[in-house]
Write a new protein. Sequence first.
Length: 296
Amino acid sequence: MVVTRDRYDPKLDRRDLWSYGLVGLEVLKDNEIKVAWTNEEVNGKMIRVQQKFRAYNNLDESCGDYLDLLINNDRYSKLFQAKTVEEAIKIQGTTGYATASDYAKTLLKIHTKYSKLIGKSDYLEPIVVKVNEPVKVNVQPKRAWPRQSECMRFYGEPGSNQVKCNVPFTMVLAWDTRSKLTSYTCHRLVKDPMERIWNRTLEHYGYDKIVQLRLHYFGGCLNVRKMRGGSAWSMHSWGIAVDIDPDRNALRMNKKQATMSKPEYDKFWEIVYDEGAISLGRERDFDWMHFQFARL
């Protein structure tokens, strides 16, 4: 499917576009971009227009973003009921993914031509994805999470799509350490990576060290509110951000003051970044308690 999509627009000027923009995804606001000429159907006629496209650091990142788009958008949910590539292409033609009315027909022709070459041609080999097998995308970070400005489109309305994130050790509320918890509410799309963060943290440090470092001091996740001093929604509004040990890593503390800037926390931050989340402390040197599944 990815291979076929990349062959769809032969007139797309990849000399201008080529920052691993393999599948030609148009940008959302504030994405890294490249501008290129491409074809769009308007009122039944194909015209040449300049469009902004997302740019990437490598092929895995490009494929991963395309797969994320398909997996995490309800518009494409029927794609995953398809049993063959041909069936998936026909379904994709009904989703409004492209402006061309003959989009599916064109993709099917391309697929028929190139499917015979899969596994034989060096031209296609690096991007082959087999049907009905797990897709392994080695991206660093693992997932292309949205920018802060894209969260409404990516995650939905603030406070929606919430599930339980299970923690494999006992946490305490930072403002009331007598209250203990082993789960909290988060957005469904970040549940798995959040749980992996806590599982790997326990595996690396052990519970005694976690307590010593106060990584079990839970400062909150879901909290539907605006950012402090601003009008934009806080990342906590979607349940995609977590605060840890706020007393010793307060909002205005810098790396000289915040405990989570110290070397003993390096492995924890490595685990967080492995899942594609970021630390405001490491990125901007404030709010060291906070990590989030949204880029700045």
